[in-house]
Design a protein around this ligand. Structure first.
Ligand SMILES: Cc1cc2nc3c(=O)[nH]c(=O)nc-3n(C[C@H](O)[C@H](O)[C@H](O)COP(=O)(O)O)c2cc1C
Ligand SMILES: Cc1ncc(COP(=O)(O)O)c(CN)c1O
Length: 199
């Protein structure tokens, strides 16, 4: 068992995340999440990292949108951060299995969102065909009336997804493409290993 290597990787992530903030990255929490459908078609989009700890990396979304459907059918994801302002440029790649966060955790995060964003989560049928912006704003107005004078509850199908890291790679840019890559990999028995990769 070498869980200390996982701790080392998570600590490295924390240091780089702080550096990204200090370096003035527009949004260090922005990450690309790649999913694959059951018929193995990949797709990618940007989401925001809302929580990370030893259990994994959490973002929030609709379960019935495209990524939500992909991840329920095939619960594996890849996350990608690119922070060009950190050091000579840093890229972090995280891959692993995905699980839905607890209702309590999702409720707690949803409660912190601006009311407008809470209402938007009710009004949006994520990834479905939208006939016009007018239709969307009518739905929003309907939702506003529905929740007038009371707290907006979390839509049941809007929740957090946690990527449990199985592979974490740190890529550090260097001159002449002589980049430095460190790959941390978790084994089936919970042991972690670490090695460098050619750039
Ligand atoms: C900077 C940025 C941050 C975003 N953050 C999120 C997010 O945290 N959750 C989310 O569902 N969509 C977020 N989006 C929208 C997604 O990129 C995407 O359009 C949406 O989730 C639908 O993706 P899907 O059809 O693959 O499910 C964000 C977009 C951008 C550009
Ligand atoms: C559709 C959607 N859902 C969720 C989020 C997550 O971020 P927040 O909770 O800060 O709105 C975003 C961020 N852009 C988003 O666009």
């Amino acid at each position: 068992m070498t869980p200390e290597l996982l701790e080392e990787a998570l600590a490295t992530f924390a240091v780089l995340f702080d550096e990204a903030r200090a370096a003035g990255e527009p949004d260090p929490t922005a990450m690309v999440v790649a999913t694959a459908s059951l018929d193995a078609r990949p797709s990618a989009r940007t989401v925001l990292l809302k929580h990370h700890d030893a259990r994994g990396f959490v973002f929030y979304t609709h379960l019935d949108g495209r990524k939500g459907r992909d991840l329920q059918a095939n619960p594996h994801a890849a996350l990608l951060f690119h922070w060009p302002r950190v050091r000579e440029g840093v890229q972090v790649r995280i891959e692993g299995g995905v699980e839905i966060v607890s209702d309590d955790e999702a409720d707690a995060y949803f409660a912190t969102r601006p009311r407008g964003s809470q209402l938007g989560a009710w009004a949006s049928i994520q990834s479905e065909t939208l006939e016009s912006r007018e239709v969307f704003f009518e739905r929003l107005a309907h939702v506003e009336r529905e929740f007038e004078g009371r707290d907006v509850p979390r839509p049941m199908r809007w929740t957090g997804l946690r990527v449990r890291p199985e592979r974490i790679e740190f890529w550090y840019g260097a001159a002449y493409r002589l980049h430095e890559r460190w790959l941390y990999e978790g084994g089936l028995a919970g042991e972690w290993s670490k090695r460098m990769l050619y750039p």
